[in-house]
Design a protein around this ligand. Structure first.
Ligand SMILES: Cc1ncc(C[n+]2csc(CCOP(=O)(O)OP(=O)(O)O)c2C)c(N)n1
Length: 602
């Protein structure tokens, strides 16, 4: 049905540039977005954003508007676009319910530091504050979950505000910016000589950090030179700073082992000998042990998230900690470092590489120790008789695609997400898209849509759980109608698996509303050790067909490889529904607030 995603994207790029004279505020918004290089906007209309939508149609040859089927889908698609391309995503909704549907995605972008411009329609200026129809004070609601936010009260401010919004979203530590635009501002006539490049007015904001003092660099160099058991703990900040290459050069040059957080997956190839994979609650045993024993922890572009540290006092307690981050407020927020450096990580890494700074000691004993930990406790899984497990499905997908360099993985939230991180080895930055700080179920499909729009030639695969997928299942329509071919590997365990895991670990296996099948089919409901039948509710294949997708449902191991091939080779959007057991656990596990001493391995 759909050949590939290139057609629509190319249509936009190949159109000749026309001179367009904006007539009203809405035209100004669209022209200003185009000036910022925006090629795609994910937007769902309503009464208070109609003028903006109308304005987009007047410049339809220059910017593509994609209609999601729910605003949250649009917000996550804009994030998927931004996460995978590095360019800011743009999402637009109407006021009130359209705007509040975005809020989860705004908070999500804030926690993962993703640059997205969120534009919302607002009621007309004269009725703001009167509980007018579909009025909600978006700037108030989003004050703490945006990097910055604007309520536009004068159409003449629009070019400046849009310029500032992109500047703020993309500089320093990236993040979401909200622009709330009353309908009468959208409709206000504008002068013909409007200045689209006005000076910015951001007295309280500077993305330029003070130069790192020579003294700090000297301390850093001395600490690296003196280290005998150093470890790098690198995160999403590396990817935002486009510093993966510099980081890789630094690791190769120094021989310092590296663990990348879930946000940092792809910053360094995790299956490389010096790679320790990700640390934390469900992270690699070797990464956790190495951090624990390290005499120097080089924390770069990370924020000491509680899912990584467990009990902070016990985290990296046996060595010195250096924290380098572009956001000065992160330094010493959670963990007091011995040396804190607020800086652009790319610059620091390049400086260290140029000066060939490396530990003076021979690290081979340390490498040996780490290799032993890796060998003793790799991420592993067992076969369950007669069943395809999620881990096996992901591992097989990895094996079938590992020689490709065009794969982008998106995920939902839950056990499947952790298994995807463990068994799908991400080797390149911006190819692992997942809601991590906020952990929002429903990210997978719309996130993948945004990635496919931003990377039309990539093979984008959403690895999802049946709970998460149903949170934004309506976006299957977006794929079909907007000609965005998609692949979904649905690991269907009929349960909210991650919560089941916690029920089993901490609540005596008592099932409390974690079963997704019909309540009058209690025999399906996983209790105790039963694996449950393999038939599934709902019928995802029927649903997929209804949306115009191809689909297949499998339950037997010998069906797995052929079905994955069918998914990978499909031209149309393809859903592969895999019946998996519900009572598998993500291992290892450090319990909440725990330490590596209580690493649960079996
Ligand atoms: C929007 C939202 N609601 C609730 C949760 C809490 N939660 C975390 S994981 C999870 C279960 C996810 O189930 P599923 O998507 O089927 O994946 P599985 O764990 O079974 O692989 C839930 C309910 C969440 N993270 N996000």
């Amino acid at each position: 049905m759909v050949e590939d995603g290139k057609t629509a994207a190319k249509t936009v790029e190949e159109q000749p540039t026309t001179t367009f004279q904006p007539k009203n505020g809405a035209d100004v918004v669209v022209s200003a977005l185009i000036r910022q290089g925006v090629k795609t906007v994910f937007a769902y209309p309503g009464g208070y954003s109609i003028p903006l939508h109308q304005a987009f149609t007047r410049q339809a040859d220059r910017v593509r508007v994609i209609l999601p089927r729910q605003e949250q889908g649009g917000g996550f698609a804009a994030q998927g676009y931004a996460r995978s391309t590095g360019s800011p995503g743009v999402c637009m909704t109407t006021s009130g319910p359209g705007a509040t549907n975005l809020i989860t995605t705004i908070a999500d972008a804030k926690l993962d530091s993703i640059p997205v411009i969120f534009i919302t329609g607002q009621v007309v200026r004269s009725v703001i504050g009167t509980d007018a129809f579909q009025e909600v004070p978006m700037t108030e609601l989003c004050r703490s979950i945006t990097k910055h936010h604007y309520l536009v009260t004068d159409e003449r401010d629009l070019p400046r505000i849009i310029k500032e919004a992109f500047h703020i979203a993309t500089t320093g530590r990236p993040g979401p910016v909200l622009i709330d635009i009353p309908r009468d501002v959208q409709l206000a006539p504008v002068a013909s000589d409007i200045d689209f490049d006005p000076p910015m007015n951001l007295p309280g904001y500077s993305a330029v950090l003070p130069e790192v003092t020579e003294d700090k660099i000297a301390q850093l160099v001395a600490m690296i030179r003196a280290a005998k058991k150093p470890v790098i703990y690198a995160g999403g900040g590396i990817i935002s700073a486009n510093a993966s290459e510099a980081l890789t050069a630094f690791v190769r040059n120094t021989g310092i082992p590296i663990t990348t957080t879930l946000m940092g997956l792809g910053a360094y190839p995790d299956d490389d000998p010096l790679g320790l994979h990700f640390p934390g609650m469900h992270g690699a045993v070797a990464a956790n042990y190495a951090i624990n024993e390290a005499d120097l922890l080089l924390a770069m572009g990370v924020r000491f998230d509680d899912r990584v540290t467990g009990k902070v006092e016990k985290f990296a307690a046996h060595g010195k900690v250096v924290h380098i981050d572009v956001d000065p407020s992160e330094i010493a927020k959670i963990k007091q470092p011995n040396l804190g450096i607020a800086a652009n990580i790319l610059g620091v890494l390049e400086q260290l590489c140029r000066a060939n700074i490396r530990p003076e000691a021979d690290l081979s004993a340390w490498h040996q120790r780490i290799a032993e930990w890796k060998k003793a406790d790799p991420f592993s899984y067992h076969q369950v008789d007669g069943w395809i497990t999620s881990q096996l499905a992901i591992d097989t997908l990895w094996k079938l695609t590992k020689n490709r360099d065009d794969v982008i993985i998106s995920t939902g939230v839950g056990q499947h997400q952790m298994w995807a991180a463990q068994f799908y080895h991400v080797r390149r930055p911006r190819t692992w898209l997942s809601s991590l700080g906020f952990g929002t179920m429903g990210f997978g499909l719309p996130g993948a849509i945004g990635a496919k729009v931003g990377n039309p030639n990539a093979m984008v695969i959403d690895i999802d759980g049946d709970g998460s997928f149903q949170m934004n299942i309506q976006e299957m329509a977006t794929c079909t109608c907007e000609k965005i071919p998609m692949k979904v590997l649905l690991l269907n365990n009929q349960h909210l698996g991650m919560v089941v895991q916690w029920e089993d670990r901490f609540y005596g296996r008592n099932r409390a509303h974690t079963y997704l099948g019909p309540i009058d089919r209690p025999e399906w409901r996983g209790q105790g050790d039963g694996l449950g039948p393999k038939d599934r509710y709902p019928d995802f294949v029927e649903i997929a067909h209804g949306y115009g997708w191809d689909a297949r449902s499998i339950a037997q191991i010998d069906e797995l490889e052929p079905a994955l091939h069918a998914m990978l080779n499909a031209k149309n959007s393809f859903l592969l529904d895999v019946a998996v057991p519900y009572n598998e656990y993500v291992l290892p596990m450090i319990p909440p607030g725990g330490t590596i001493e209580n690493l649960i391995r079996n």
